[in-house]
Design a protein around this ligand. Structure first.
Ligand code: FAD
Length: 503
């Protein structure tokens, strides 16, 4: 279906989603003749003010924008992130790391972990973490960029992301977007204008009466979902049955002690607490279920878990797990919280903004707005949400904790079908199945399955081709190679100092 080209994109909202969209569309579409991009935001309303931990895919977003990484790290006061440390999730006193990247090296054409499982069955006491360069470097507080020039070293397999100051990140992207021609308009939107016949959005009216018109609207208005939810009335698929946490309270605190390049998630009686160390402060938050805990108790738990002195008043946030029934409706596409939200246990929300932008670039419409392309966009986005939901539910479902009503609810909940299949397959044969190009890799599923105490009763038959001695010898060698590589790395603090950042 052909149609006239889009002349104007209006981005509603200037949080992380809005400025990511502005920076990306102006970079990619900026050369389109006659295309204008305008972003409307209201400083009085402000942003959600959280969202500081990412996953490795952000590196390709930065590359696409042509961002100099050292400058980015300095400007956003970022630290490196090698994974997430889960504390007290399986049982109180237990911890494991979900690292980025892979474990060990594959042998005989099958996944490494089958040999590790064989070793476990033979009584070898070698924790899985010790086969991951990212997990071990993270725990040792060390960092180095992947050494692609040493393809046989575990250093080549380092995978990383960032933890950054959300406010600084939005400003950093804003500078780039404005330099690339994006027009920024300050003001509160008081009315959304629609075509009387089609219901398409035609413009937004600001408090001062000004009207900003456009052809394509990116709804980045946060939980308000001003265009998609409020104006177009698109409903919401509620997943709180699976993910009952519906509140967060966040507070930054001063730095204290060493800062590992890891996000930490500590399970609490009715949820969990995050700790995100940056160059200049630590971000903290307590995510909890209001059906299982009062706000005051949640705040007390948060404060009791701070390493440093609080630096601001607590930021209280309400949410419901789930997503809008359509993410793209008519000429409105939601990016960020306006389209849905799954709790930040695996730092996936900023990635969903990024994948939404990438999808939009692939399916960029004409003014004819082909329904097939819209359908495709929605279908693929829902698949992302579903994959992430199942991965998050795994953390709650596979636990030995039964010390509170919340944990008893989570562990007794029948898993969603996709997760049930994955659990059954892993338990019976150690195999990890992924239906399509899912966001989380085999290594991620392995990390959390093993970390949460899911025990396979078997492994791939090919792993038995190596006898027990040979299995032990190879596993020990890999483990030592990882430990040696970690010992060669600088600390994260030294590394940051080398690029002009500082803790
Ligand atoms: P917002 O930041 O809320 O921005 C909305 C924008 O819309 C603002 O500029 C606002 O002024 C504007 N606006 C709204 N209404 C109007 C109006 N009427 N007129 C004009 N402007 C208007 N993600 C991660 O990837 N990692 C994490 O670690 C992580 N942690 C999180 C923790 C919590 C507790 C929560 C709730 C979210 C977390 N997220 C995380 C998600 C992440 O914060 C968001 O995905 C990201 O910040 C994008 O938010 P946003 O831009 O959609 O919304």
């Amino acid at each position: 279906m052909n149609g006239e080209p889009i002349r104007k994109i209006v981005i509603v909202g200037g949080g992380t989603a809005g400025w990511m969209a502005a920076a990306a569309t102006s970079r990619i579409m900026g050369a389109f003749p006659g295309l204008t991009i305008e972003l409307v935001e209201s400083e009085a309303i402000g942003t959600v003010g959280v969202g500081e931990a990412t996953i490795p895919q952000i590196i390709s977003f930065n590359m696409m924008l042509g961002i100099d990484e050292a400058e980015f790290v300095r400007e956003t006061r970022a630290t490196y992130k090698l994974g997430i440390e889960f504390v007290d999730w399986l049982r109180i006193g237990h911890s494991y790391v979900h690292p980025f990247g892979s474990y060990g090296i594959d042998m005989l054409g099958i996944d490494f972990h089958h040999f590790w499982l064989r070793g476990q069955r033979a009584g070898l006491d070698m924790p899985l973490d010790e086969f991951s360069i990212s997990a071990m470097a993270g725990k040792a507080g060390r960092f180095i960029h992947p050494r692609k020039d040493q393809p046989n070293s575990p250093l080549a397999r380092m995978a990383y992301a960032f933890q950054f100051d959300a406010g600084r990140y939005a400003r950093f992207l804003r500078n780039r977007a404005e330099a690339q021609g994006v027009i920024r308009t300050e003001g509160r939107i008081t009315e959304v204008l629609q075509d009387g016949e089609t219901g398409f959005v035609t413009g937004v009216r600001l408090e001062d009466g000004k009207i900003v018109e456009g052809d394509l609207f990116l709804d980045c208005s946060g939980f308000r979902s001003l265009l998609l939810g409020q104006t177009l009335g698109v409903g919401f698929t509620d997943w709180s049955k699976w993910l009952p946490c519906d509140r967060a309270i966040a507070v930054p605190c001063s730095l204290a002690g060493d800062n590992e390049p890891l996000t930490r998630s500590t399970a609490q009686p009715a949820g969990w607490q995050w700790r995100i160390p940056l160059q200049h402060r630590i971000g903290n938050g307590h995510v909890y279920s209001s059906a299982h805990m009062e706000d005051a108790e949640a705040e007390d738990i948060l404060h009791a878990g701070l390493d440093g002195t609080p630096l601001a008043e607590p930021n209280r946030i309400r949410f419901t797990a789930g997503h809008r029934d359509r993410i793209w409706e008519k000429n409105v596409i939601a990016l960020g919280l306006s389209g849905g939200f799954l709790e930040p246990l695996e730092s996936t929300a900023i990635h969903l903004v990024q994948s939404g932008i990438a999808r939009l670039m692939i399916l960029f419409p004409s003014r004819a707005f082909n329904p097939k392309e819209i359908e495709r966009f929605n279908r693929d986005t829902f698949a992302d949400y579903l994959d992430i939901r199942d991965f998050l539910v795994l953390h709650y479902k596979a636990t030995e904790r039964d010390d509170s009503e919340f944990w008893r609810y989570c562990r007794n909940l029948p898993p969603p079908d996709g997760l049930a299949d994955k659990l059954e397959m892993f338990r019976s044969s150690g195999r990890i199945i992924r239906e399509h190009n899912e966001l989380f890799t085999e290594a991620s599923w392995l990390a959390v399955m093993v970390g949460q105490g899911v025990e396979p009763s078997g492994y791939h038959p090919a792993a038995a081709l190596l006898d027990e001695d040979e299995t032990r010898r190879r596993l020990s060698h890999i483990r030592q190679t990882v430990a040696h590589a970690v010992s060669q790395m600088p600390t994260q603090d030294e590394y940051l100092a080398g690029i002009g950042g500082a803790i």
